[in-house]
Design a protein around this ligand. Structure first.
Ligand code: PMP
Length: 403
């Protein structure tokens, strides 16, 4: 029956970690992984998370019953509050429908399915994604029946934002198209619009009658401050726009494998929000019935308890600071070696990744000669670096760019 089934290609990102694991060289580095690592290269479980887990296991009221289809209500309430802020008018007016999701990916998938079915019939099923973007975006929207188009985003010359290209592409998008925006810490480029550019994007969205779909996988990871990193989303919501929002607690709470996330739809009225939520449940029920409990219970406890919440924000700031310190360490080491070119973009880029502009052959050389594992698009995870390994990476870069 299955003889005709062809071998699927390995996932380009997961494949990097496999290659790193198989590498026996003691100097090997894994800069492909999209997960935070400590200075010693170890995964990090936050103290706030450990404490929430301890409280949960000691709580006699906790059990292993199913959650509702839409997830843990407290988790949904706190998640949207974290994103939209304590003074959100949309939340106060009850205009936001929120369901728990299987982390950010699940929120995107459920959101795309919902849009595919429930956008007005006259709207095109077209989504605009930045070029480049997180690889899974294309497949998620295509699987939900969307035509996928790209808008210009990264400018290889400046290693910054191609804002003119971006706005030109969005200005020609058919009305009703979905516009996917990374809320902060764009993956893979580490390049975000500035406040003024966000203002212009808001105008374009409104004028072009586009539907903004924010992917917020790194709230707090960019600046170390959850409120600052939510500025763009909040601005769109405060301007009275309808929007869709996918949230993940993978990075900012280190809950990767717990699959804690949320999907919110900001609507124009409480009545519409209730109907939207009822339809989101119809998307979820035949997919996986209801979401997992543990991660959402942890996140709800961390966000809901003032002491744990303060500890979490402090730990989050610590993670963001270490990543920024690694940017400085790499930049300094590159300067010391006199590596050709302007590398100041390493300092400017935001969040977990830096998009180096290294070519595919240069990346291949980093892997084969230097045992530095990365995706071949030149993206490096700053979280995979340490004070000890930054000079080694600089030495390797100096070598591959000069040979
Ligand atoms: N969106 C972006 C931009 C991401 O980088 C990621 C994680 N790599 C996700 C969504 C989804 O992550 P998760 O499903 O683990 O929350």
């Amino acid at each position: 029956t299955w003889e005709h089934v062809a071998q699927a290609p390995p996932d380009p990102i997961i494949g990097v970690t496999d290659a790193w694991r198989a590498d026996t060289d003691p100097r090997k580095l894994n800069l492909g992984v999209g997960a935070y690592r400590t200075e010693d290269g170890k995964p990090f479980v936050l103290q706030a998370v450990r404490e929430a887990e301890r409280q949960l296991s000691a709580d006699p009221a906790e059990n292993k019953e199913y959650l509702p289809i839409s997830g843990l209500p407290e988790f949904c309430r706190l998640s949207r509050g974290l994103a939209l802020g304590p003074t959100s008018v949309a939340i106060q007016e009850g205009r936001v429908a929120t369901v728990q999701a299987l982390s950010g990916t699940g929120a995107l998938r459920v959101g795309a399915e919902f849009l595919s079915t429930h956008l007005p019939p006259a709207h095109p099923r077209i989504v605009y994604l930045p070029n480049p973007t997180w690889g899974n975006h294309k497949t998620i929207f295509a699987k939900a029946g969307f035509q996928v188009r790209e808008y210009r985003y990264f400018d290889p010359a400046s290693r910054g934002l191609d804002f003119a290209g971006m706005t030109a592409d969005l200005a020609s998008a058919p009305p009703g198209s979905v516009l996917l925006l990374h809320a902060c810490a764009h993956n893979p480029t580490g390049v975000d619009p500035d406040a003024e550019q966000w203002g212009r994007l808001l105008e374009l969205t409104r004028e072009g009658r586009l539907l903004p779909f924010f992917d917020m996988a790194y709230q707090g990871f960019a600046s170390g401050d959850v409120d600052a990193d939510a500025a763009a989303v909040r601005r769109f919501a405060e301007a009275g726009l309808e929007l869709v929002l996918a949230q993940s607690f993978a990075k900012n709470m280190g809950l990767y494998g717990e699959r804690a996330g949320a999907l919110s739809v900001v609507t124009r009225s409480k009545e519409v929000a209730a109907r939207v939520e009822s339809q989101l449940k119809l998307v979820i029920r035949p997919m996986y019935s209801n979401p997992p409990k543990h991660g959402a219970a942890i996140a709800a406890r961390v966000m809901g308890d003032p002491g744990l919440c303060a500890l979490w924000k402090e730990e989050l700031r610590g993670m963001a600071e270490r990543i920024k310190a690694m940017r400085a360490a790499l930049y300094d080491a590159l300067q010391q070696r006199g590596v050709a070119g302007d590398w100041s973009f390493v300092l400017r880029q935001i969040g977990m990744f830096s998009f180096t502009g290294l070519t595919r052959p240069q990346c291949e050389q980093l892997v084969s000669k230097w045992h530095i594992h990365l995706t071949l698009d030149g993206r490096i995870s700053m979280a995979g670096l340490s004070a000890a390994s930054a000079p080694y990476l600089a030495e390797a870069i100096a070598d591959v760019v000069s040979s």
